[in-house]
Design a protein around this ligand. Structure first.
Ligand SMILES: C[S@@+](CC[C@H](N)C(=O)[O-])C[C@H]1O[C@@H](n2cnc3c(N)ncnc32)[C@H](O)[C@@H]1O
Length: 261
């Protein structure tokens, strides 16, 4: 009897692990380690009249922390680096178009926030040979991959920056364009990160936010890894950023452009 109960317990545990790890070929692997919440920041926020975040039971792909009605997703762990570098990504997401149409000028300082493997940092750096790209991430393993790429290419104007979950560690009023691809929905502290990003922008600087389209059920990505246009505009408005346009020329993602006044 006891043996039978133990086997049943083992079966339930294995089923739970399998469910947590299940990820389709179209979705990145996740980790919750990098998303551990900063309790003191949350508490100081809740001390104000209106709490910034709410906590509820986490859904399968989320951390249970709600910001402006949206549950924040898990961070994609560095073990998902191969998924970011997959050979069919350019064709699937038309990343070539995204880089080509980015509103940058040579000499600009661009911050690639949640840069991951630097998939975008290097081609952007090539568009601005006299400028530089600050590749920010919270995972040192991702920054190491970027450093490796730097060593193996002749592209020297990419600089890695280790951010924290509340602060990208960028210089004040020094960045012309902030570029965030498929990372904002993972920020465990979007308000604090957003405020720090706005401080880093020069007046008139742009923030380009790229997220999978939540409005489109045909985009094969888990719901918490997508974002609707209206949600993104509301969250950026909260930071005082002005929405300029949504350019929907990519097959799966919104390209939202905002400006610091
Ligand atoms: C799905 S990956 C996208 C990487 C890259 N932008 C791309 O599209 O190839 C998301 C990245 O955001 C990073 N990230 C999550 N929260 C962050 C934060 N608060 N500050 C900086 N990076 C963060 C993760 O570590 C991860 O490398």
């Amino acid at each position: 009897m006891r043996q039978g109960l133990r086997s049943l317990g083992l079966l339930i545990t294995l089923a739970a692990v399998a469910t947590t790890w299940q990820s389709s070929a179209d979705n990145p692997p996740e980790t919750s380690a990098a998303n551990s919440t900063n309790k003191s920041t949350d508490e100081s926020a809740t001390a104000s009249a209106q709490p910034i975040y709410e906590q509820r039971r986490p859904s399968r792909d989320g951390i249970g922390k709600i910001y402006m009605g949206r549950e924040i997703s898990h961070v994609m762990g560095h073990r998902g680096a191969d998924w970011l570098e997959r050979s069919n990504r350019e064709r699937e997401e038309r990343t070539d178009l995204l880089i080509e149409r980015l509103p940058v000028e040579d000499g600009d300082v661009v911050a690639d926030i949640g840069a991951g493997t630097g998939y975008f940092s290097f081609p952007i750096a090539q568009r601005i040979p006299n400028g530089r790209v600050l590749a920010v991430d919270i995972q040192p393993e991702m920054l190491e991959l970027i450093e490796e790429k730097k060593r193996s290419t002749a592209i020297g104007n990419v600089q890695t920056v280790r951010g924290t979950i509340t602060d990208p560690n960028l210089p004040r009023a020094a960045v012309d364009l902030i570029f965030i691809v498929d990372a904002y929905h993972e920020f465990s502290h979007p308000r604090e990160m957003g405020e720090a990003l706005v401080r880093a922008l020069v007046p008139g600087g742009k923030l380009v936010l790229i997220e999978y389209r939540a409005e489109d059920p045909g985009v094969p990505i888990k719901p918490l890894h997508k974002m609707s246009e209206s949600q993104a505009i509301r969250e950026m408005a909260q930071l005082g950023l002005q929405w300029l346009q949504t350019a929907d020329y990519l097959p799966q993602q919104h390209v939202l452009i905002f400006e610091k006044l």
